[in-house]
Design a protein around this ligand. Structure first.
Ligand code: CA
Length: 426
């Protein structure tokens, strides 16, 4: 079997790559793009180039892999995901061979460039998978503690279940949008005065939530759990997630069934799915768990990921303010634990499901992953470069999230997750 490209920091591509890129040959993420003259198809990315997988297939370079030609030429990654982790692993290793300096296809670089490469600026990116179901967890202890302190009791910030299971809820798949798509401020019911009836109008407390999400391969049939030791076999890769939240709508509506319209108006994800294989060198121990969880949630090896995360707010016509620096390694509940818990009752997962971590907050004030925490419920406004202040997100603001892992001069990143907020429906 070919070597895993992410494990070889010395690997070089035959094409030009910016030195600080998120997309060296060790990454090789997957996405879906279209161009002005042709409909959506699948791709990988290297440096600032989109590499059209359907074109590589037409050149015969992807023969003898477990995917049909049509699977590369379609508007979602779902047909490719049907081959499971072995199929995607073998595809990524083939792509690494094709793009490797002094590799077997280096001599064909001119042909490959002409037929399959285009600059990222010429590509329109799409939501990379047809998401069947979207689940959002609540896996950051710091975030749950901050929110519990704010709205309940700092001495008993965590609810009794929190240290025993990864709390989650079912989200909405239809409103998941890709980086670059605008997000409209939601209208809804709020109750700003506890002594008065609720009112209707645009949310006044629109917030981002910095999260990482993972996309699944098919799991076993309905009724069969995924044991934690097999969870990685069912995880395709990760994206950045901005789980937009209207705090004022949330506060009024969430009792007793949890978030609804405060969350389902939009969830933004980054365009490139970075595979679990590419992130393997960045595994770290997740935070120690006390009390130890029940046996079905026992971790099997390092299940944290050392991915640096940042959030910028860019006011309209102004420059960016970096308001948050965090890391996915702070997550108390791992992806594997989330997936094992999600399926322990027999709930099935399907190729293309999205599972998000919940807001990722770290131990320091500037590592909180939401405005709710950064500006502490509106009491500590953040200064913007244009002299304005933010407690929540304004119309015209652009929220930009970035994530990357780095070691041995190799940086495996996600690119940007960017969305601008439009005024509410009139
Ligand atoms: Ca969330």
């Amino acid at each position: 079997m070919l070597p895993e490209p992410a494990n070889d920091p010395g690997l070089r591509a035959w094409c030009d790559i910016p030195t600080s890129t998120d997309f060296p040959i060790q990454n090789l993420p997957f996405g879906v793009f279209s161009t002005a003259d042709r409909s959506a198809r699948t791709a990988t990315r290297i440096g600032d180039q989109v590499v059209d997988l359907s074109a590589l297939a037409e050149l015969g370079l992807l023969n003898d892999l477990p995917h049909s030609q049509e699977a590369y030429a379609t508007d979602s990654l779902n047909p490719l995901l049907r081959s499971g982790r072995p199929g995607i692993t073998s595809l990524r290793r083939r792509l690494s061979e094709i793009l490797r300096k002094d590799g077997p296809w280096d001599k064909d670089r001119d042909l490959i460039t002409r037929k399959a490469f285009l600059p990222v600026a010429s590509a329109t990116m799409h939501v990379p998978v047809k998401i069947g179901d979207y689940t959002d967890f609540y896996s950051s202890r710091e975030h749950a503690t901050n929110v519990g302190s704010m709205f309940r009791d700092p001495k008993n910030a965590l609810l009794p279940n929190w240290l025993h299971l990864p709390v989650g809820y079912h989200g909405r798949a239809s409103s998941v949008v890709v980086s670059g798509q605008e997000v409209r401020r939601p209208n809804g019911q709020t109750r700003p005065d506890d002594q008065a009836p609720p009112i209707f109008g645009p949310s006044k407390q629109l917030d981002f939530e910095l999260e990482m999400g993972f996309i699944t391969f098919d799991g076993p049939e309905l009724g069969n759990p995924i044991p934690i030791g097999k969870a990685q076999d069912h995880i395709f890769g990760l994206v950045l997630v901005n789980d937009w939240s209207a705090r004022d709508i949330q506060k009024w509506e969430y009792v007793p069934l949890g978030p609804f319209l405060a969350k389902n108006f939009a969830t933004s994800i980054s365009a490139w799915v970075v595979t679990l294989d590419a992130l393997a060198p960045f595994r770290v121990e997740a935070p120690e768990q006390d009390p130890p969880p029940l046996p079905y949630l026992h971790r099997t090896g390092p299940q944290g990921l050392d991915i640096s995360l940042e959030v910028d707010i860019v006011p309209a016509g102004s420059t960016a303010a970096t308001v948050c620096r965090s890391n996915s390694r702070y997550l108390y509940w791992s992806m594997e634990q989330q997936l094992a818990h999600h399926t322990v009752n027999g709930c099935n997962v399907r190729a293309g499901d999205l599972m998000a971590s919940g807001t990722i907050s770290g131990p320091t004030p500037d590592s909180a992953g939401s405005m709710l925490e950064l500006a502490w419920k509106g009491t500590r406004p953040l200064a913007m470069p244009d002299g304005s202040e933010r407690t929540f997100i304004h119309d015209g603001d652009t929220v930009v999230m970035r994530g990357f892992a780095q070691r041995d001069q190799v940086r495996i990143g996600f690119g940007e997750l960017r969305a601008t907020v439009q005024p509410a429906f009139p």
